[in-house]
Design a protein around this ligand. Structure first.
Ligand code: MAN
Length: 549
């Protein structure tokens, strides 16, 4: 009888024996030179001493495999020689990574495989370096795994921050919704207060506006009367035979109408001032001739001056000192401009108005001490002086306007902030919001010529180092894939004679966030490579790591 322990040991031995046999069978399955373990079963001699080319198109004798003569069209009969141009040589590279080579590299004098198997019949002496390479590789792999592991922890922190930030913004948005409703209500209230205050203000100002309007009209009428008076006076002077019409001959005696300055007034010149008539009565003179004669006389006497001289003119005692005026006096042109005239018909326009207004005031008693009346009508655009009550209404209306403007501004500020939050919340910051902390950051990278900037989820920028202006390479568009390993920034500044600039950003795992390099593979198409913990994804027992692009 076997003891229980004895039975268990026998089972264990049996299992071990079976496993070892399996391993032996797997590793020791004979295979021709240049064939990988996975393909070994396709190269077995016991197949009736035949070999079927791997494309199935030809069967050859087993001896023809690796006989340095290419028989199969797919090169599969010569895995270990350079005979077939399309053959593939497999190096096992035990201890490192297996490698497939074009079989033309077999025995070409260059060591391609670290196990030296590709140069078995060449003059070069290749040494097996696989174990060293393997060691280095494993070390690198270990370091990388460590890095990705740490990066993943950092990513988790970023994700936490991103989620918290989004939550905070969501709460802020809710708060703002409330504030917006309040601010809008307040703004509405302020609008009503403003409208009421403005209604009162308008009613009070209307009195002043009406008064101003009356004054303006009165002034216009006075001007019209004065103009007619001036015209009448001149008409009388020109009508030397006093037959109630002014004729061409009468104007011809007035040297002032000598427009071409040839020493005499021609019939044509005189006719021009009579509006192409031979003679005119007073009404025609006032309506058709006077508008031509008056400006001409003023121009001739130097009374039309550029606007900057108007003040000078106002200060002058009158225009009569001008040479032309003196000349006309001497020549007795019938238009007395010698300054002795009590009411000179030609005066600087504003001067005339002033004088006339003063006269009107005297006549009509408009200078009575009515509040603000003088100021309202005597100067060009004076600020009227209002009574205390009106001043108070204006003050209240201004105050109400300011408060309304302020309330509206507050509503606008809230709306803008809400819009910004909405934009922020609508952006895709990765599976776990891990990229959210990069929003609002900007990274810099300098190459020989430019400083490149990347403000994730916002824009990509290029700035010449010699201080030129910034060029926009693109604005945030979208992720390039579902794995969150690349971004598109589009619609940058238009390239000269070309499309808008754009930037493609590759992301890989790293312990901090920075730009590794920037290139411009095609004109105005830029590629950034950045590293960030947000792109790290460590999975236990898995080589499938998210940072592998
Ligand atoms: C600038 C830069 C370059 C770009 C040229 C295209 O010099 O933006 O990157 O290639 O414009 O004209």
């Amino acid at each position: 009888m076997w003891s229980r322990r004895g039975r268990e040991s026998s089972w264990l031995l049996l299992v071990l024996a079976v496993c070892s046999l399996g391993i032996l069978v797997l590793t020791e399955l004979p295979r021709p030179r240049g064939v990988s373990i996975s393909r070994a079963s396709l190269y077995q001699v016991d197949n009736g001493g035949k070999f079927v080319c791997l494309d199935g198109r030809k069967t050859i004798r087993w001896e023809q495999v690796n006989d340095d003569y290419c028989d199969c069209a797919d090169g599969s009969d010569e895995p270990g020689t350079a005979a077939c141009t399309n053959g593939v040589f497999h190096c096992t590279n035990a201890g490192f990574k297996p490698l497939n080579l074009p079989s033309s590299r077999v025995n070409d004098g260059i060591c391609d495989c670290c196990d030296a198997s590709d140069e078995y019949a060449s003059s070069v002496n290749c040494i097996n370096t696989c174990s060293e390479l393997g060691k280095e590789d494993r070390l690198r792999e270990k370091q990388r795994t460590e890095m990705v592991k740490m990066g993943s922890q950092l990513r988790a922190e970023m994700s936490q921050r991103g989620k918290a930030m989004k939550e905070e913004q969501r709460q802020r948005f809710t708060e703002l919704e409330r504030s917006k409703a309040e601010a809008e209500a307040l703004s509405k209230e302020k609008a009503t207060i403003m409208e009421d205050a403005e209604a009162l203000e308008n009613a009070a100002l209307k009195v002043y506006r009406d008064r101003e309007e009356d004054a303006r009209r009165a002034k216009q009428e006075a001007e019209a009367v004065s103009n007619r008076d001036e015209a009448e006076e001149v008409f009388r002077k020109y009508d030397s035979n006093q037959n109630q019409v002014v004729e061409i001959v009468e104007l011809q005696t007035r040297i002032v109408f000598d427009r071409n300055r040839d020493g005499s007034v021609s019939e044509e010149e005189a006719r021009f001032f009579l509006d192409e008539h031979d003679q005119v009565d007073f009404e025609t003179f006032v309506t058709l001739c006077w508008p031509k004669i008056k400006p001409f006389l003023m121009l001739d006497s130097g009374l039309f001056k550029p606007p900057s001289d108007v003040e000078e003119l106002e200060k002058d005692a009158g225009p009569y000192e001008t040479e032309h005026a003196e000349l006309r006096n001497e020549q007795d042109d019938g238009y007395d401009l010698d300054g002795s005239e009590p009411n000179p018909p030609y005066q600087d326009e504003e001067g005339t108005e002033l004088e006339q207004e003063e006269e009107e005031d005297d006549e009509e008693g408009l200078d009575e001490p009515e509040v603000g009346e003088g100021q309202v009508e005597t100067t060009a655009t004076p600020k009227p002086e209002y009574d205390a009550e009106t001043e108070e209404l204006i003050r209240q209306a201004n105050n109400a306007r300011n408060q309304h403007t302020e309330a509206e501004r507050h509503v606008r500020e809230i709306v803008t902030e809400m819009k910004n939050i909405e934009d922020l919340l609508n952006k895709d910051y990765g599976k776990d919001e891990e990229f959210a902390p990069l929003n609002g950051e900007c990274l810099n990278f300098e190459d020989r010529e430019y400083i490149y900037k990347l403000c994730p989820f916002d824009k990509a920028i290029q700035q010449p180092k010699n201080g030129g202006a910034e060029t926009r390479l693109g604005v945030w568009d979208k992720w390039a894939n579902a794995e969150y390993t690349a971004m598109h920034y589009n619609n940058g500044a238009t390239c000269w004679n070309g499309p808008a600039r754009s930037a493609f950003v590759h992301l890989e795992c790293g312990l901090d966030t920075r730009i590794l390099f920037v290139t411009e593979p095609n004109r105005c198409e830029y590629e950034y490579r950045i590293q960030t913990p947000a792109a790290c994804s460590f999975k236990e027992n898995s080589k499938d790591q998210h940072d592998e692009l």
